[in-house]
Ligand binder design. Structure first.
Ligand code: 6R9
Length: 662
């Protein structure tokens, strides 16, 4: 990795000159000021002990960090609290029962507002229902649901009982669901008949039925089913197993709306969430109670500058991903926020759907992913322009490096050239945000997550674990434990040590490449597995992609290194053009010349292929592995985790006539 920036022609890759100071009114009223960095630098653990006071503890902790058994951390170990109480009941006790917690918007326009008082009743009923199904503290509950309020209610009901949940994204197959049920040894599955997606009901229950025929799922004794679409189960390919399957509306709705929460140890497991590694079985990332909630609550307050009385927050992620766990369920609700929960896709029934929702609810803070921003760029500037987006005051990005051009587009066309953008770097494993500007403090740079949050220690190291100087590149590492860190991989402590703590002694290895610019700000360069080796130079896929996206005709780009006899790897780019741009002769040469001019001749793609879509994981990350298969004319590997596997057929169909070879 060191090469990426030691090479002079690449040293100034996309050197970003644009800076955006915090708006004066935001800075003057910001929840968090520059003093937070000083406090945390002086006394990191004291800083986190202070943040833990944001929560209501039944037994306040006297200990902060126990790192004596590193890398197995304990935070606030002698404290006791209930997560659901912190996210719901205490707000009602504080007189906020009438505040809307969730504005639910269904894909087809049905909507429902749920106040904190209602949420308390619903979560209590669901907890009582789980008790009736025999769920005990410590039992694992699998949740396989669409984006509906019952999903959040189910998570909170599990948390209330100390029964760790394991959400499996609703787009995953029966096979993937079975693997996860088996690994966590789940006892109950909560699901729905289906959800709405792209204007149609999309069934879920049949996948549960199929999953439960597979070995290793025998311990599931109940399936609790929300009726969302009302579709005929048998017609959708499902079954109903008497004695095992039970309707939510029959069981939950007849329960008492009160339930007294019990406080659990701060290190009690809260949830398991699986991340699919590139190889091997998925890793069950384990998060626990007190440290996790402290950091999601603090970061949601600090990074989004949340004013719960007036803000309307919207995180567009699916609740089945970590972003949904931390910034739909636990962060916003622990802070008493009002938030939007949207069931469907951004372009159903039309490409202005999101902006219509922003306008309808007066959304003030929007948190989304670069992939969605680039899709909007592709659809055209005129679409958001039709809506009143003036309520927005802060924008966030997460999930992938955001190309500077996409950042600028987001600020200009969604944020009216006025709103700060917080580019937040973190992972399922980190539980909460780790690097991000603070909107009232940091002068932001398009494309960079910039700095570790107060209380977080991150840096960039070389192959020998030495911190790189400003202006150089290497690997992103976290050098001190943090409250919301994963505690282990479920059932596999050794894999936890090997995966995260063995590459650099005493440091957490995130798997991401990064560089420090001349100010010491951090730029993420993508997963290290994706870095290309071209004629002896390590070149980051992210930087070549950003160079392509900085061309006015390109909305999105994915770059891979394909084996090449002369140069070890050759850069191969797949590009999606902006709305209205024709492919046309000369385009490929124009783009190659543009990259060469931006980054230097070494980074010039050997091939560029305009495509209609790119293969993405279901959380919106580009699957470069498949594009490498295409670029190297190999049979495609596993496409089961793709959002839409027909995308690959389209890409392959284009191959024979591909222009742009040297
Ligand atoms: C929250 C989430 C984690 C990986 C991470 C990195 C990439 C996330 C990013 C970012 C650059 C950002 N990533 N946020 N890269 N800038 N702001 O996405 O969790 O699904 O576990 O993915 O996503 O590569 O290592 P997860």
């Amino acid at each position: 990795m060191g090469d990426v920036v030691s090479n002079e022609s690449l040293a100034n890759l996309l050197k970003e000159e644009r800076r955006f100071d915090p708006p004066a009114d935001l800075a003057a009223n910001a929840n968090v000021t520059a003093a937070a960095y000083e406090q945390a630098a002086e006394d990191r653990l004291g800083f986190w002990a202070e943040q833990a006071k944001r929560l209501t503890w039944q037994t306040p902790p006297t200990q902060t960090l126990d790192w004596s058994n590193a890398p197995f951390a304990k935070w606030f170990a002698d404290g006791k609290l209930n997560v659901a109480y912190n996210c719901v009941d205490r707000h009602v006790e504080n007189g906020l029962g009438d505040r809307v917690a969730i504005h639910f918007e269904g894909e087809s326009g049905d909507s429902r507002a749920i106040t904190y008082a209602e949420l308390q009743r619903e979560v209590s009923r669901a907890a009582n229902a789980l008790i009736e199904l025999g769920v005990h503290t410590g039992d694992r509950v699998a949740i396989y649901m669409p984006m509906i309020p019952e999903t959040v209610i189910a998570m909170l009901a599990c948390a209330r009982l100390g029964a760790p949940h394991s959400l499996v994204f609703g787009g995953f197959s029966a096979e993937a669901l079975a693997t996860r049920i088996n690994d966590a040894d789940a006892r109950v599955v909560i699901t729905a008949d289906g959800g709405y997606r792209r204007g149609k009901p999309s069934a879920l229950k049949p996948a549960v039925d199929e999953a439960l025929t597979k070995p290793g799922t025998e311990n599931v004794r109940s399936v609790l089913v929300v009726r969302r679409t009302g579709q005929d189960l048998a017609e959708a390919g499902g079954t109903w197993t008497e004695g095992r399957d039970v309707w939510w509306h029959e069981l939950v709705e007849r329960q008492s709306p009160t339930h007294t929460p019990e406080a659990f140890d701060a290190e009690h497991p809260l949830f398991i969430l699986y991340t699919s590694g590139t190889t091997g079985k998925p890793k069950g990332i384990l998060h626990t109670t007190g440290g996790y909630l402290t950091q999601v609550s603090y970061t949601h307050h600090a990074v989004f500058d949340l004013k719960p009385e007036t803000d309307v927050f919207w995180c567009t992620a699916d609740v089945g991903w970590v972003t949904g766990h931390s910034y739909i369920t636990y962060g916003p609700l622990s802070n008493g926020a009002t938030e939007v929960l949207y069931e469907g896709t951004p372009d159903t029934p039309h490409q202005g759907r999101w902006w219509e929702i922003v306008q309808k609810y007066g959304v003030t803070i929007l948190y989304t992913a670069p992939t969605a921003i680039r899709a909007c760029m592709k659809w055209g500037d005129d679409i958001p322009a039709k809506y009143d987006l003036s309520s927005l005051r802060l924008l966030g990005s997460v999930g992938e490096p955001i190309n500077p051009e996409a950042w600028i587009w987001y600020r200009k066309h969604i944020g009216a050239d006025r709103t700060p953008i917080v580019d937040t770097w973190w992972q399922t494993e980190t539980g909460a945000m780790m690097l991000s500007p603070l909107p009232g403090v940091t002068a932001t740079k398009p494309g960079s997550a910039q700095v570790a949050l107060p209380g977080i220690a991150a840096t960039v190291v070389d192959d020998d674990a030495r911190e790189v100087p400003d202006g150089a590149g290497g690997y992103l590492v976290l050098t001190e434990p943090w409250p919301s860190m994963l505690r282990t991989i479920w059932g596999d402590d050794q894999r936890y040590i090997d995966t995260y703590w063995s590459r650099f002694e005493g440091k957490y290895f995130a798997g991401d490449g990064a560089k420090k610019d001349s100010d010491g700000d951090i730029w993420l360069l993508g997963r290290v597995d994706d870095v290309m080796l071209v004629s002896g130079h390590n070149i980051s896929t992210t930087e070549v992609e950003s160079a392509l996206v900085s061309h006015p005709k390109v909305a999105e780009a994915a770059v891979v290194g394909a084996t090449d006899p002369q140069t070890t790897q050759a850069i191969c780019a797949f590009v999606i053009l902006r709305g209205g741009v024709e492919e046309g002769a000369g385009l490929v040469d124009e783009l190659r010349a543009h990259v060469a001019q931006q980054l230097g001749p070494i980074a010039k793609p050997k091939r560029i292929m305009p495509v209609a879509e790119l293969p993405k994981t279901r959380s919106g990350k580009i699957m470069r592995r498949l594009l490498r298969d295409v670029a190297e004319n190999r049979d495609l590997g596993d496409v089961s985790t793709l959002t839409d596997s027909s995308v690959m057929d389209l890409i392959q169909a284009k191959l024979p006539s591909t222009p742009g070879e040297d």
